[in-house]
Design a protein around this ligand. Structure first.
Ligand code: GLA
Length: 361
């Protein structure tokens, strides 16, 4: 009897100790994709160079979705009229499939990173509306068609609304040559090429009340015309200073009220105040991640993910723009050479100190 209770006591202690250990290990090991598996896929933008070595391991361990950072943009994928560069885009899609990850396609129609030939004829003269529509149709049909069934969501039109002024439409070549219906045409072409893909309008600065209102008008018009638009992508290029919880919630609720899904498609939280135009470095520009900035960033990420969780069901995806602070597009934008630290993983690919607050809730 005595012997039995001693053993029972010992095993209780061992068992208890073991379960504490297991809990600790489990929490230390919690990953973004596991923590949010009942909420939304957590994705990351990648380049082919990220698909081997430690970065690839981190991608596979932490994320459940990927977006090609540049490989599917018009310029890189369709550099000449009859020539597509499929290799890098194919490699990214194959990597995702091999690792059981979703793919977001990015992006079919954007005023930046377009190939030079797209808007001119062989003599260098600007093409007509008919020719440009035909080219847009061909491009979208070919690209969406190639990945039909393998890309679950596409950013169809990117950044068609200007930051300032009252006009809804950015003065892009697409708008100038075709007119405002280039947007609905792009969605129709994409829907015809893959009727099961979820189609998104994607933009930045979506928490500015004036820009939000213009994007809302644009999307409302598209919905009224029964254009096959299924969601809106809030890029989420934010900073430790903005947006506020109320601003973010207002954007999500407003767009959701149109019956659209919402995704955060290019998330990063810069340590610098937000600027949308390029400029030179000045002595006032700081390039160090101070403890104060790190704690502001922790608070901002905690607020963002708390808000994302609250909007479960409406928010159908969160994607980070780049993997870690080792290399981010913000190191060169808006100020060339000004280091930034906008991601959850540091320059050594390690989770930042506050990471557990994002995955343990
Ligand atoms: C925009 C585009 C992205 C990317 C970023 C900067 O947000 O949508 O594709 O180019 O700018 O890296």
């Amino acid at each position: 009897m005595k012997k039995y209770s001693l053993r029972a006591g010992l095993s209780a202690i061992l068992c208890c100790g073991f379960s504490v250990l297991v809990t600790e290990l489990a929490s230390a090991q919690k990953t973004l994709k596991d923590a949010y598996k009942d909420y939304f896929p957590v994705g990351v933008a990648v380049a082919p160079r990220n698909l081997s070595g430690p970065e690839a391991e981190l991608i596979v361990r932490q994320f459940s979705s990927i977006t090609p950072e540049n490989a599917m943009k018009m310029g890189p994928i369709h550099p000449e009229p009859d020539c597509y560069e499929w290799e890098t885009a194919d490699a990214i899609v194959a990597f995702a499939q091999k690792n059981g990850m979703k793919v977001r396609g990015h992006t079919l129609c954007w005023h930046n990173q377009t190939p030079k030939w797209f808007f001119t004829d062989a003599a260098g003269k600007q093409v007509t509306r008919e020719v440009l529509l035909e080219r847009l149709k061909q491009h979208i049909t070919d690209v969406v068609g190639r990945y039909k069934g393998r890309i679950y969501a596409w950013d169809v039109v990117n950044e068609a609304v200007p930051d300032t002024g009252t006009a809804i439409y950015r003065q892009s070549k697409f708008y100038e040559i075709i007119g405002e219906d280039y947007i609905e045409k792009a969605f129709e072409y994409a829907h015809a090429a893959d009727p099961s893909a979820k189609l998104f309008y994607n933009d930045y600065n979506t928490e500015s009340s004036s820009k939000r209102a213009k994007i809302f008008e644009l999307l409302k018009k598209l919905k009224e015309k029964n254009v096959p638009v299924h969601g809106v992508g809030l890029q989420g290029h934010w900073s430790v200073y903005e947006p506020s919880e109320a601003e973010l919630q207002e954007s999500i609720s407003r767009f959701a009220s149109l019956g659209l899904a919402v995704q955060i498609t290019e998330l990063d939280v810069s340590i610098h105040a937000k600027e949308h135009g390029r400029r030179e470095m000045t002595p006032a520009d700081k390039t160090v991640l101070t403890p104060e900035l790190l704690s502001k960033q922790a608070a901002q990420y905690e607020m963002l993910f708390k808000t994302f969780r609250k909007n479960r069901g409406v928010l159908t995806g969160i994607t980070f723009w780049n993997i870690s602070d080792k290399s981010t597009w913000l190191d060169n934008f808006p100020v060339r050479g000004r280091k930034d630290y906008p991601l959850l993983f540091d320059e050594n690919l390690q989770p930042k100190a506050y990471f557990n607050k994002i995955v343990d809730f």
